[in-house]
Design a protein around this ligand. Structure first.
Ligand code: GUN
Length: 292
């Protein structure tokens, strides 16, 4: 079993981006600027956004975190998005999800100018992804593809089972894995809560990508000998033995399945850092598009 080290690959990507930023600066150019909009007080979201800002600092990007109250109205959030769409000093921005219940997430995503949608969530960008056209590929699926590429994992002709059909992970990764690319060219099954014979289906996968949001859902009997297992799940579970009072738990029962896998990610240091590295790649792309 080999652990897929997302921290290591993400560091490589940040180094590659840093070199490009240094060149931009030397040539007297403006550096890429990412804005992250954080609504409310969700602890995990705050953490993710803080990490995204820190990554920007590390590679030499400008970053701004705009924190808005939990009680903000949908109308006021839409106004903020309009401002960012029109701010020439901003290359790209994200609205950290989930949003408070009284705000319609779809409405917010639809309001983002696709050119600045470095999350790749807008219909135009998702459509481009489906057609194989240049686009911002959303960060988590792109991070998974980068991880497979950097470990030179062969996916052509393999059976890839994706567990979970969310707009931001399951659906786009199923499309990417089936496309005529390397990695890609896999035969993909997108499984979800209504899928029958899930245990047998997962156990037939050469590559199992799990983004179902249920802690330790994937157990030994669901993993084929020699499979590649990618765990996207990350749920905070109360744990009084930890300084911060919680620990992160994945969708895969890591200890239970690891010996069966050829490659596997761990809940921390796996997909998470790759997601953040992909956001940096998209922000650089947004800056390049504007400079053309
Ligand atoms: N919440 C969980 N993952 C993401 C992400 O990739 N982007 C945004 N905006 N919110 C998220």
């Amino acid at each position: 079993m080999q652990l897929l080290d997302g921290n290591l690959c993400a560091k490589e990507i940040r180094e590659e981006i840093s070199i490009k930023v240094r060149t931009l600066k030397k040539q007297g150019n403006r550096v890429p600027h990412l804005v992250a909009v954080l609504v409310g007080n969700d602890g995990a979201s705050k953490n993710y956004v803080a990490f995204k800002a820190r990554d920007c600092d590390e590679v030499g990007f400008q970053s701004t975190v705009t924190t808005l109250p939990e009680t903000i109205t949908e109308t006021d959030l839409l106004k903020k998005i309009d401002e960012l769409n029109n701010d020439i000093a901003v290359d790209g921005f994200i609205v950290q999800l989930p949003l408070p219940k009284h705000i319609d997430e779809t409405k917010i995503i639809l309001a983002i100018n696709p050119i600045k949608d470095v999350d790749g969530f807008c219909p135009e960008n998702v459509g481009n992804l489906c057609l194989g056209l240049p686009t911002y590929i959303s960060a988590t699926p792109n991070g998974i593809m980068e991880l497979l590429k950097r470990y030179d994992i062969k996916t052509e002709g393999k059976h890839c089972v994706v567990l979970g059909r969310s707009n931001i992970v399951g659906t786009p990764i199923s499309i990417l894995m089936s496309r005529n690319t390397d990695p890609g060219n896999a035969t993909v099954t997108l499984a979800h809560s209504r899928t029958k014979n899930l245990i047998q289906l997962c156990a037939s996968a050469d590559i199992l990508i799990v983004a179902i949001g249920k802690t330790e859902f994937v157990t030994n009997e669901m993993v084929k000998e020699g499979a590649v297992v990618i765990d996207v799940g990350q749920t905070r579970v109360p744990d009084q033995t930890k300084k911060n009072g919680f620990r992160n738990v994945g969708d895969v029962d890591f200890e239970n399945v690891k010996q069966k896998c050829s490659y596997i990610t761990y809940v921390t240091g796996g997909v998470g850092p790759m997601t953040r590295a992909s956001l940096l790649q998209n922000t650089l792309k947004a800056h390049e598009r504007r400079s053309k």
